[in-house]
Design a protein around this ligand. Structure first.
Ligand code: KG4
Ligand code: ZN
Length: 310
């Protein structure tokens, strides 16, 4: 299927607004909401595609990484459906799903590099072939999306922080203030320094100044956050000689990020369709289909792997 490319027949996503009041995802609430929403979303997606459960060739769900309770709901739902329909069940790594998000709407022939920029991960991965990965760089502290969420919290904006900061930054001058971009010996990311420097900057300047210059401050923060991603990707390209780069994960929806990467890497850079940047079922189905067509499925006894890395 990958040789021929993918065609997404339908997709259904539901953002859980119940976490907003808490300023972050509450694991117990997430698991409960999954139980309530998952059957309806699956029916909705089948209905939109005009197919029935009987038309399926397999069922995929993510085994990790992620919150154990939410993962368990998805895996038990998918395994139960697979068993009832006598179909194979395919357990998928969530990060591999993000890599496949870029392949749902375009062809990118490996080898290529993939930057996974999400709320839990900042990984630069060498995709030697689909299913064959080498992690070149990880974050040694916070993920880039997590940094957006923490900075948004400092500013008293809602959760998740990324979309709010992007919206405010649209009218801002990215050169208003220079936040630090770390330069490390080893290939890797670090976002806790940027968060701390942002916190001290806002304390130093005071709430009046921050409110008055909010768009400029957000734009300057974004620039530093993305500059680091670009520098590590450039070094990864130099190191491997691989010149194609897919940028995926929730942060890759950001239009300022897309612009900066396009300016830096030109036609060597690829993005998912924006609707597949943030977490979605289509990318898990894509990775699951690839695995299924290559003769792989999971035993019914398989569990979840909350800390599963690529
Ligand atoms: O991939 P994702 O949906 O979930 C994880 O696997 O973590 O990524 C979520 C992250 C959050 O940290 C969120 O703040 C960030 O992606 N994000 C953004 C934007 N939209 C979501 N960051 C920057 N700009 C955005 N527009
Ligand atoms: Zn994700």
């Amino acid at each position: 299927m990958v040789g021929k490319g993918f065609r997404v027949l339908s997709e259904a996503t539901r953002t859980q607004d119940e976490h907003k009041a808490f300023g972050g995802v509450v694991p117990e609430l997430a698991a409960r909401a999954h139980i309530r929403l998952l059957p309806r979303l699956a029916e909705l997606s089948l209905g939109r595609a005009g197919v029935s459960w009987r038309d399926l060739d397999g069922i995929a769900a993510t085994l990790g990484p992620g919150l154990p309770g939410a993962l368990m709901v998805g895996v038990v739902f998918a395994k139960t459906a697979a068993q009832a329909l006598k179909l194979p069940f395919v357990g998928v790594n969530h990060l591999e799903g993000h890599i496949f998000s870029a392949l749902l709407t375009q062809r990118i022939e490996p080898p290529f590099l993939a930057l996974i920029a999400s709320g839990g991960h900042t990984d630069l991965v060498q995709v030697k072939a689909l299913g064959h990965y080498r992690v070149l760089a990880r974050t040694r502290d916070d993920a880039v999306g997590e940094c957006f969420d923490k900075v948004a919290r400092i500013l008293g904006l809602g959760y998740p922080g990324g979309p709010q900061i992007e919206r405010l930054a649209r009218d801002g001058n990215p050169d208003f203030h220079e936040f630090p971009v770390p330069r490390m010996e080893e290939l890797g990311f670090s976002y806790s320094g940027l968060k701390t420097s942002f916190l001290y900057y806002t304390i130093r300047q005071g709430p009046g100044f921050v409110a008055e210059h909010l768009p400029h401050i957000c734009a300057s923060f974004q620039k530093a956050a993305f500059r680091q991603l670009i520098e590590v990707c450039s070094r990864g390209i130099e190191l491997t000689g691989v010149r194609k780069l897919a940028v995926v994960g929730g942060v890759s929806v950001n239009s300022a990020l897309r612009e900066m990467f396009l300016t830096e890497f030109g036609e060597g850079v690829f993005f998912p369709d924006p609707r597949y940047s943030t977490d979605n079922g289509a990318m898990i189905a894509g990775a699951g289909l690839f695995r299924l067509e290559n003769g792989f499925h999971s035993p019914m006894s398989v569990g979840v792997y909350p800390n599963w890395e690529l």
